[in-house]
Every structure is written in structure tokens, then in C-alpha cells.
Design a protein around this ligand. Structure first.
Ligand SMILES: Nc1ncnc2c1ncn2[C@@H]1O[C@H](COP(=O)(O)OP(=O)(O)OP(=O)(O)O)[C@@H](O)[C@H]1O
Length: 129
């Protein structure tokens, strides 16, 4: 019997789906340096947001872009793993898939920086003038 069809109660299945998700988060955290860097930067941004008393809408925007960056980093990791699985040898399509995934992370990370600059720069300026 394959693992998907083993007889388990709905609660067991639900519990297992959380366990697998937790294992995925742990794997991403321990193996991907970029995810640790982005999480560290996100914590610093959230501390700055708290210290500088940003508005509710600004909190929502910051949380949204932070969530997007970390989630896309994880999807990028998924794409790298799957590409390495199906195409361990050099292949043009495999390279393109990884490059485009990396480009997606860069796009959202750039957006996050722009959002941070728009929210924080005016507040930092008023701190000094
Ligand atoms: N199988 C492949 N065939 C062709 N090009 C590849 C292949 N694997 C990787 N590459 C090229 O090398 C680049 C880096 O790939 P790699 O898997 O090392 O990603 P990485 O971003 O360096 O990984 P990590 O996030 O683990 O540091 C890819 O973006 C792609 O251009």
C-alpha cells in the first residue's frame, strides 16, 4: 500500500500535514542561507517598524512584502530541488527554470526594499531634522 492510501483518521492526516509542513520549514531554514538572511532582515525591519511607530496600513504592507520574499525563497528552493531531481546533468531548460525562479525572488526582494524605503526614509529624516 502506498503511503497516501494508508488507513488513517482525518485527525491523523491533519496532524501529519502540519508535521510535513514543519519539516519543510525546518529543512528550508537549515539548508538555505538566503532564507536565514531574509528572515534576519525581516526581524530587523519589524523592530524598526515598532520603534518608529508605523501605521496599521504600513504594518500590513511590510508584513505582506516580507511574507512574499520568504515564501518565494522557499518556492525557489522547491524549484531547485525538483530541477536537480529531474535534471542532475547540465541542461538549458533546467538552467532557465532556476534562473527565472531566482529572478522572481530578486523582483520581490527589490519591491520589498522600495516599500521599506518609502515607509522608513521620511520617518528617519524627521528624526534628524
Ligand atoms: N542542471 C543545470 N543545468 C544548467 N544550468 C544549471 C543547472 N543547475 C544550475 N544551473 C545554473 O546555475 C545557477 C545556480 O544554480 P544553483 O542550483 O547552484 O542555484 P543557487 O541559487 O546557487 O543555489 P543556492 O540557493 O543553493 O545557493 C542556476 O541559476 C543556473 O543558471
Amino acid at each position: 500500500m502506498d503511503y497516501k492510501n494508508s488507513p488513517k483518521s482525518p485527525w491523523n492526516r491533519l496532524l501529519n500535514s502540519f508535521r510535513y509542513a514543519g519539516r519543510g520549514l525546518y529543512h528550508a531554514w537549515t539548508t538555505e542561507r538566503n532564507i536565514r538572511i531574509h528572515t534576519g532582515a525581516a526581524i530587523l525591519v519589524l523592530i524598526a517598524a515598532w520603534l518608529l511607530n508605523v501605521s496599521t496600513v504600513e504594518w500590513l504592507l511590510l508584513l505582506f512584502v516580507i511574507g512574499m520574499v520568504i515564501t518565494l525563497e522557499m518556492i525557489n528552493t522547491v524549484i531547485e530541488r525538483v530541477v536537480d531531481l529531474v535534471s542532475p546533468e547540465k541542461n538549458e531548460l533546467a538552467g532557465q527554470a532556476k534562473d527565472v525562479a531566482a529572478g522572481a525572488v530578486l523582483t520581490v526582494a527589490t519591491l520589498a526594499v522600495i516599500v521599506g524605503v518609502i515607509i522608513f526614509i521620511p520617518r528617519v529624516i524627521t528624526l534628524f531634522y
